[in-house]
Design a protein around this ligand. Structure first.
Ligand code: UP5
Ligand code: MG
Length: 201
């Protein structure tokens, strides 16, 4: 597909900041197609016959970032398949909300050069203590291999050391809308809406 056919919004924020939760709202009201890089990786991990299954499992448990070739291929395949099964009305662009990606500077550059430049970056800003409480609670029932105290600590470290520089880089390009995420789901969503509408998305 051509970059001219799509609008891409990156949705970033620390582990447990609420990206998945807020994405559901955005799909409802703004007709985004939601693609979570983490969900795509977990699906690939569980797909029988995947040559990457074991590698992905190890990276996720350790809170490390899976080599970008794998993630970018999953994302761009998911975009292409969405465009073919659900093409946007003539004269309009398909809108993709890409959740949890890019998490490393080289991924951002590679995706924007080979797939499509982003229009906007939504960033959920949340204190670690709040994210930790949410993730430990979710871990009681989520079955996610990385919702335990040790993996959460590693995910936080990767986020601060590797993923925040991506946010800072987009900020320098004036692409970032920051929303404070330490509030109720409804309050955060109201701020998210304001932010994207101010940018005309
Ligand atoms: N919750 C949400 N909002 C709330 C609010 N306002 N008030 C109270 N509670 C709130 O929310 C987390 C929990 O908090 C839920 O229980 C929710 O009800 C509650 P959620 O919306 O799931 O937050 P989210 O930001 O989506 O958290 P998630 O755990 O999914 O974030 P991560 O970024 O850690 O996970 P992801 O799936 O994106 O990535 C997992 C791993 O995959 C990474 O660590 C990495 O190893 C790998 N990965 C890559 O290698 N490359 C990639 O590009 C992407 C992922
Ligand atoms: Mg998520």
């Amino acid at each position: 597909f051509s970059p001219n056919d799509v609008t891409v919004v990156f949705f970033l924020g620390g582990p447990g900041s609420g990206k998945g939760t807020q994405s559901a709202n955005l799909v409802q009201s703004y007709g985004f197609v939601h693609l979570s890089a983490g969900d795509l990786l977990r699906e690939e991990q569980d797909r029988s016959g995947s040559q990457y299954g074991e590698m992905i499992k190890e990276y996720i448990r350790e809170g490390k970032i899976v080599p970008m070739e794998v993630t970018v291929a999953l994302l761009s395949n998911a975009m292409a398949s969405s465009l073919s099964t659900n093409p946007p009305p003539a004269g309009t662009k398909a809108r993709f909300l890409i959740d949890g990606f890019p998490r490393k500077l080289d991924q951002a550059v590679f995706f924007e050069e080979t797939v499509c430049p982003s229009e906007l970056v939504l960033f959920l800003d949340c204190p670690e203590s709040v994210m930790e409480t949410r993730l430990l609670k979710r871990g009681e029932t989520s079955g996610r291999a990385d919702d335990n105290a040790e993996s959460i600590r590693k995910r936080f470290r990767t986020f601060v050391e590797t993923s925040m520089p991506v946010v800072e880089d987009f900020r320098r390009k004036d692409k970032v809308v920051t929303v404070t995420a330490d509030k109720s789901v409804e309050e955060v969503y109201a701020e998210v809406r304001k932010g994207i509408e101010a940018r005309g998305i």
